[in-house]
Ligand binder design. Structure first.
Ligand code: ATP
Ligand code: MG
Length: 338
């Protein structure tokens, strides 16, 4: 079956600004040609699919490229290379600046980490939810009011709150406005970039339950970015583990967290405290993460921190290869051959 989203060989690189007065920057500015400018390899040759109705988690440490990846595939920024097929149409061919008016714009919606910052402070909750409905569904009058009201009710927002401005709402209520605004245009894929990170723990639980309920009710697919592995394990069918711009492991969420194949996933899972005391033996990472600026394409990004690091790891980048039971891993030494 054709997946809803099929991302292939996607890369996003940012040029490193040669401004600034550090000796290194000045040396770079005067010795390098413009086409040799250094680049941050934020997302590097990433491929994955999301099926209709599937929830896929995306995890990895800060700065590994999660937000850049989701911003590229929601077309908020242009990828450097690769394709983003959404129901067979390659959205990477539509420039980011034109996507706001694109016919497929409403089919992918994004929920941001801080709903307070992503909502225009001069918009009431009603205006915030109505804005994409007006632009993408071209509704007005009573039809617009009814659509906004329905989305608000689905997200547990009482009608009385719709006249309030963001600063008059609690963090949990603002998160509900952010979700209502995204679902009001009936998307098929909801991309959530750490949607509960700005909320306190009790509100997080309520919002996560709301997201789980909406998914079942509306039959959407989710791409769920989170630092919280236990939430990803509970909420997601599959998980992608990212390290310095690359996917290093992918597979069913429970299997990946219970039996991680990649040494980085092992370290990530081992760092999560468990109430039952059962867990993987602590795996402490030593060494500094590699720089994302002009990394050597032949060296495994985890080399230098990996307890296993061998000669082959610094001469040959391990590709993401198939392992047992629908799993993939990018490590020369991980068990589970195809
Ligand atoms: N607009 C930009 N210009 C230059 N570099 C950028 C830009 N946006 C992101 N980067 C760099 O790309 C890399 C990935 O950043 P990104 O924000 O995608 O990470 P992340 O995994 O979302 O991190 P976090 O968990 O902290 O949100 C980082 O090295 C970051 O400095
Ligand atoms: Mg981020």
């Amino acid at each position: 079956m054709t997946p809803l989203l099929d991302v292939a060989e996607l890369s996003k690189r940012f040029p490193v600004a040669a401004s600034g007065s550090t000796l290194k920057n000045l040396r770079r500015r005067f010795t390098r040609a413009a086409d040799e400018q250094s680049q941050v390899h934020a997302v590097d040759d990433v491929s994955f699919t999301i099926a209709k109705g599937e929830t896929v988690g995306l995890v990895g440490e800060s700065g590994c490229g999660k937000s850049t990846l989701v911003r590229a595939l929601t077309r908020l920024l242009d990828p450097t290379a690769g394709s983003i097929r959404f129901s067979t149409r390659d959205l990477s061919l539509v420039p980011a600046r034109d996507f706001a008016k694109d016919r497929d714009r409403g089919r992918i919606q994004m929920v941001f980490q801080d709903a307070g910052e992503s909502i225009n402070p001069r918009f009431t909750a009603f205006d915030a939810i109505a804005d994409p409905v007006r632009r993408l569904k071209h509704l007005s009058g009573l039809a617009l009011v009814e659509t906004v009201d329905k989305a608000a009710r689905q997200c547990g927002l009482p009608t009385e709150l719709l006249g309030r401005y963001p600063h008059q709402l609690s963090g949990g209520q603002r998160a509900r406005v952010g979700i209502a605004r995204a679902i009001a245009v009936e998307p098929e894929l909801l991309v959530l970039d750490e949607p509960t990170a700005a909320l306190d723990v009790s509100v997080q639980v309520v919002i996560l339950k709301l997201l789980a309920r909406l998914k079942t009710e509306l039959g959407m697919s989710y791409l769920f970015v989170s630092h919280d592995l236990s939430v990803v394990r509970l909420l997601c069918d599959r998980v992608l583990v990212m390290y310095l711009g690359k996917i290093v492991e992918a597979g069913p969420a429970r299997a990946v967290f219970d039996y991680p194949l990649h040494p980085y996933t092992r370290a990530l899972v081992a760092a999560v405290p468990r109430l039952d005391g059962i867990g993987l033996a602590k795996l402490r990472l030593s060494g500094e993460p590699m720089s994302p600026i002009d990394p050597d394409p032949n060296v495994c990004r985890f080399y230098g921190r990996c307890p296993r690091g061998a000669d082959i790891c610094r001469t040959q980048m391990p590709p993401l290869r198939r392992a047992a039971e629908g799993r993939e891993v990018a490590c020369h030494f991980a068990a589970g051959g195809a």
